[in-house]
Write a protein that binds this ligand. Structure first.
Ligand code: NAD
Ligand code: MG
Length: 407
């Protein structure tokens, strides 16, 4: 985690080089929107996309990166054709090696880690080892390999800045001398806000009938499909609880989840003297993105001011872990430790993909995760190999449970 004490405001010789991993996604596009507002301050060095080759080519035409990364040779060839036709000299790379390379190039100072899911882990770790400022949206990477990630950041002298709106809000509410120990700066509790998702008031019967389109229609935020489903099941908050524990070097007892349906307060920090600091803003990810990119300075993000008269009221309630068991499963996983969070994350990725493919009912998601956690034994999480082995084991078990339930 970046600390303010050891940080001087940057005096860039020229524009700051940025790699945007997951450029074609929701966070990636918001990042490019912020960058486009500050051409004198930032330069796009590399972009990555997955299947949306046309969109990636369009982004290359607009931002003229040195490199673009595709998942495999087939997409790389299609992209190279499109770039040649546009007379661009962008070099096309592919695969995990390509992602790791653009995350560690010498001309890159900041890496936006906005690939969704476990696929984002390797390039985020590469950025940590290369000592970059990591703008971390890809919470799954930290959930899977928290200790290793934090250790690599420290060894690589990298900076880790949270993009997740809640964690960015918490970071903004911490004092300048926060150096990794909450108690040392008088923090008593972190209050992690949750919108409650689109089914906050739905009955159990309604939850069983939820469709992918309904689950992806979040009331306050426009996001990718996986995180939208995670928000609807409250697994997103579970992953964020684990993320908060790693980012702020604390345990789940210090982090309280508070449902706040308006998503105006993005999280709060309570101090021992009874003061509670909150960060508020319109629900638009360009605010945390601009904050983390410019920190410790401030730049415009395109997000307008908050109209408190329009908002008028702010509501709070406790999460219902009976209707939304995923939050509880995540909490159990972080308490269990070792590779349990990686197993939880992998089972969740399989469950969400199956739900989006209409192979699993919405209320089957927590059941599948719970059953997978019961069958895969966690191991010490001090080696990446053990984490990846348990990730693979969890995916295999979850897939076979899915198949059993369908036959
Ligand atoms: P998204 O689905 O819109 O975009 C995902 C990006 O990752 C795309 O560029 C896609 O091409 C790429 N990608 C997908 N699979 C890949 C793979 N196997 N290998 C390489 N690249 C791959 O998702 P998003 O909403 O932008 O979320 C991205 C990350 O940020 C997630 O971890 C999410 O939890 C986190 N996040 C998102 C938001 C939000 O508002 N969207 C908020 C907080 C955190
Ligand atoms: Mg969030």
């Amino acid at each position: 985690m970046a600390t303010r004490a050891d940080k001087q405001p940057p005096v860039p010789a020229g524009p700051i080089g940025v790699t945007v991993l997951g450029a074609t996604g929701s966070i990636g596009r918001s990042t490019l929107d912020v960058i486009a507002r500050h051409p004198e301050r930032y330069r796009v060095v590399a972009l990555s996309g997955h299947r949306q080759v046309e969109q990636l080519a369009e982004q290359c035409r607009r931002f003229l990166p040195d490199y673009a990364v595709c998942p495999g040779p087939e997409e790389a060839e299609r992209l190279a054709d499109l770039l040649r036709a546009a007379d661009l000299s962008t070099e096309v790379l592919s695969g995990v090696q390509g992602l790791e390379r653009v995350a560690s190039l010498p001309q890159v100072e900041q890496v936006m880690a906005a690939i969704v899911g476990a696929a984002g882990l390797a390039p985020a770790l590469a950025a940590a080892r290369a000592g970059k400022r990591i703008l971390l949206a890809n919470k799954e990477a930290l959930v899977m390999s928290g200790q290793i990630f934090i250790d690599e950041v420290r060894h690589g002298k990298a900076e880790l800045l949270p993009i997740d709106s809640e964690h960015n809000a918490i970071f903004q509410c911490l004092p300048a001398n926060f150096a990794g120990e909450l108690a040392a700066v008088g923090v008593r509790r972190i209050l992690l806000t949750a919108s409650g998702g689109p089914f906050r008031t739905a009955s159990r019967e309604d939850l069983a009938r939820v469709t992918p389109a309904q689950a992806c229609n979040h009331p306050n935020w426009s996001m990718g499909r996986k995180i939208s489903v995670d928000s609807a099941t409250l697994m997103n908050k579970g992953l964020e609880l684990i993320e908060a524990c790693w980012l702020f070097a604390t345990g789940p007892d210090v982090v309280q989840v508070v449902v706040h349906p308006q998503s105006v307060i993005h999280s709060l920090v309570e101090y021992v003297d009874g003061s509670v600091l909150a960060q508020l803003g319109n629900p638009d990810m360009r605010t945390p993105i601009a904050h983390a990119m410019a920190w410790p300075e401030r730049i415009t993000s395109g997000v307008g001011g908050l109209d408190l008269f329009d908002i008028a009221r702010l509501d709070f309630e406790a999460p219902d872990t009976e209707r939304f068991p995923c939050l509880h499963l995540a909490e159990q996983a972080i308490r269990r430790g070792e590779t349990a969070p990686a197993i939880l994350n992998a089972a969740n990725e399989v469950a969400v993909a199956a739900f989006l493919d209409r192979r699993l009912a919405f209320d089957g998601i927590p059941r599948l995760i719970e059953q997978t956690l019961a069958r895969v034994t966690p191991h010490p999480a001090n080696r990446l190999e053990s984490i990846m082995a348990d990730d693979a084991a969890a995916r295999e078990v979850a897939e076979s449970l899915l198949q059993e339930s369908q036959t």
